[in-house]
Design a protein around this ligand. Structure first.
Ligand SMILES: Cc1cc2nc3c(=O)[nH]c(=O)nc-3n(C[C@H](O)[C@H](O)[C@H](O)COP(=O)(O)OP(=O)(O)OC[C@H]3O[C@@H](n4cnc5c(N)ncnc54)[C@H](O)[C@@H]3O)c2cc1C
Length: 597
């Protein structure tokens, strides 16, 4: 497994120099404590824990996996102890509001912590990661009593949470779910059904597990209009908040799977388990969106995590591995061959990884800040941040996981045949990264959400909110040193709006046109969004170099990587543009029977 060193310099660059977090948080009520110094200190502390405790368990966790018995699930050696340390140090409470017993640090820090734990050990990070979604759901939709009863221990990390949506017949189309919820005379419900693929559904890391479950009342309308949301704890919780009787929800099996093997993926059987309604009857799916949006941003970070780890491994290897000579003359004349980093194609792979990782970090931290503005800000600013989150979350989820997987693959490629061999750990990164494009809504489903609900569904308003910001940035920096970035960005930004109009018009005549264009539209949107962040990073780097700041190499590297992104990765938009404009006919005209030939 490549050794993981947290890229603290780049994290500080994004948090402080690019996004001026201190400046923002001074203006957000309740966030004033988040000064640059405090943010940096927290990142440094989290880095130690992730590098020293979590990263060493990444490979062993993959080798050992989880163990199931009828009594429960045990996680790989060291996982439980690492979790206890995490809890003892107060990490679960970091970005939870003080009114819920948390430390009240901004959501941005939650995103950073997720990146660090996830890069060190994605499987491990899923256990606390899901708790955060459960906390947000109860905070937003729970009654005062539910908050009182469950939040405290979820926030300290003594208990963990899950998200129970999927059933064997449905993952994407939750309107098909069958789990039943029968009202009971004491005001609770009896939940019966089987959920599959439930991450952290059962494990030995915490005393209690709070399941957030979607189920259907007996007289509920069919489809998504008839789904309600419930809290189903593994152990019932008494009035004084202590743990009572064991509830009748049990893990029937864990899945054997391609990657993230140390994360328990559970079949959960609910047999008249006691559950408590959250929010209104039949409005469960809307409430669940709180959980899903938190989880989607968390999963987007998985693309960054695997891309970063793979890059760190590939870079080290490319400097050490000797093969052939540079065609422009030996670079390692005393050795038998040159290190492979001299070859253009190896540099293409490394720079692709670097550009995606650093660009994605900027994109995700920006979203972390938007969620803080939406939560703590007021009026128009809060609404604008909320709109940006709505538009950009599906782009981040799908684009960053797709490019993160590409990066993981490239890292393996840099190792040649050794990348395919287990002991180097690069193949584990590929296996672990693959799930990110599937769960929390596949790439195809994110793309439909983007083009359908967010872009066309808002009459273009949400997209315009973002393209206006890009337009203003391009205007502010036109004619300056950053022209090589700003000029193409301005053109793409304009084209993004034009393409949307064309697809919107085509979709009015034939609804299949939107679905046919969706993934290419999303990828196009992802490349343009990342171009915006790369252009912003280039502007900061140019300013710093001009002002003679120290750390010149860091800023020079940023500029070179920005240039690589604009010249080599951004042109991929051309293919996506052609594909999305080619229309639905080349997909839909072929009779289904012809697929056999
Ligand atoms: C390791 C792992 C962990 C998981 N953790 C959890 C968890 O904690 N909680 C939970 O509830 N679930 C969890 N899941 C389930 C996961 O979210 C679902 O598998 C995922 O949402 C896809 O659903 P599905 O598997 O039923 O695929 P389907 O819905 O059957 O989709 C199959 C294919 O059809 C495509 N498709 C479907 N409908 C459309 C459409 N209208 N337009 C275009 N394409 C379409 C999909 O994109 C996909 O490619 C997990 C899954 C795995 C493998």
């Amino acid at each position: 497994m490549p050794e993981y060193t947290v890229p603290q310099r780049d994290i500080r660059f994004v948090m402080n120099e690019l996004l001026d977090s201190e400046g923002l948080y001074q203006t957000l009520p309740g966030c004033e404590e988040a000064t640059e110094e405090l943010l940096n200190t927290i990142v440094a502390e989290a880095s130690k824990f992730c590098e020293e405790v979590l990263a060493p368990l990444n490979r062993s966790g993959d080798e050992e996996g989880c163990h199931w018995t009828a009594e429960g699930v045990t996680t790989p050696a060291g996982f439980k102890e690492a979790y206890q340390q995490y809890v003892d140090n107060g990490w679960p409470a970091l970005s939870v509001g003080t009114e819920s017993g948390g430390q009240g640090m901004p959501n941005l820090l939650g995103v950073v912590l997720n990146e660090l734990t996830g890069t060190a050990n994605w499987s491990w990070g899923m256990y606390p990661g899901l708790s955060l979604g459960a906390i947000k759901t109860i905070e937003t939709h729970g009654t005062a009593e539910q908050k009182e009863r469950y939040l405290g221990k979820l926030v300290t990390g003594e208990w963990t949470g899950t998200m129970c949506l999927t059933e064997s017949q449905c993952g994407t189309d939750l309107g098909l779910l069958r789990t039943k919820a029968e009202p009971h005379s004491d005001g609770s419900y009896r939940i019966t059904g089987t959920k599959i693929f439930i991450s952290a559904g059962e494990h030995d890391m915490a005393d209690n597990i709070v399941h957030i479950v979607l189920a259907r009342l007996p007289d509920a309308p069919e489809g998504t209009q008839g789904i309600s949301l419930f809290i189903v704890p593994k152990f019932l919780v008494t009035e004084d908040g202590s743990m009572g009787e064991r509830n009748s929800v049990h893990c029937g099996a864990i899945e054997k799977k391609m990657g993230i093997k140390a994360s328990a993926t559970c079949v959960m059987n609910f047999e008249e388990a006691t559950g408590y309604l959250i929010g209104a009857e039949n409005k469960g799916l809307a409430s669940m969106f709180t959980f899903m949006n938190t989880a989607r941003l968390g999963t987007a970070t998985q693309g960054l995590a695997h891309g970063e780890l793979s890059y760190q491994g590939a870079l080290k290897y490319a400097r050490e591995r000797l093969a052939m000579r540079s065609v422009t003359g030996p670079k390692n004349p005393d050795g038998p061959a040159d290190p492979i980093i001299v070859h253009p194609d190896v540099r293409r792979m490394l720079l692709t990884q670097k550009a995606f990782a650093e660009g994605s970090r900027a994109f995700l931290y920006y979203l972390g800040q938007r969620s803080d503005i939406a939560e703590f800000g007021e009026g128009e600013a809060a609404q604008e941040a909320d709109d940006l989150m709505a538009l950009l979350t599906p782009i981040a989820k799908a684009f960053i996981t797709e490019t993160g997987f590409e990066s993981a693959n490239l890292g393996m490629q840099v190792y040649g045949g050794h990348g395919f061999i287990r002991e180097w750990g690069m193949e584990q990164i590929v296996r672990d990264a693959r799930i990110a494009m599937l769960y929390e809504g596949t790439t195809g489903i994110q793309a439909m959400d983007l083009i359908g609900r967010k872009v066309l569904g808002s009459g273009g308003k949400l997209l315009m909110g973002f393209t206006k910001i890009i337009h203003q940035f391009c205007k502010d920096h036109a004619g300056g040193d950053a022209g090589e970035f700003v000029e193409p960005l301005a053109q793409y930004n304009k084209e993004w709006g034009e393409l949307t109009m064309k697809i919107g018009e085509a979709a009015m005549a034939n609804p299949d046109e939107a679905g046919a264009a969706a993934v290419d539209f999303l990828m196009y949107s992802g490349y343009v969004t990342l171009a915006y962040f790369w252009a912003r990073m280039a502007v900061v780097a140019l300013e710093q170099l001009e002002q003679g700041a120290g750390d010149r190499e860091f800023y020079q590297a940023k500029l070179f990587t920005a240039r690589f992104y604009f010249q080599r990765l951004l042109p991929r938009t051309l293919v996506h543009k052609e594909a999305m404009l080619s229309g639905a006919a080349n997909l839909m005209d072929m009779d289904e029977a012809l697929f056999d030939f």
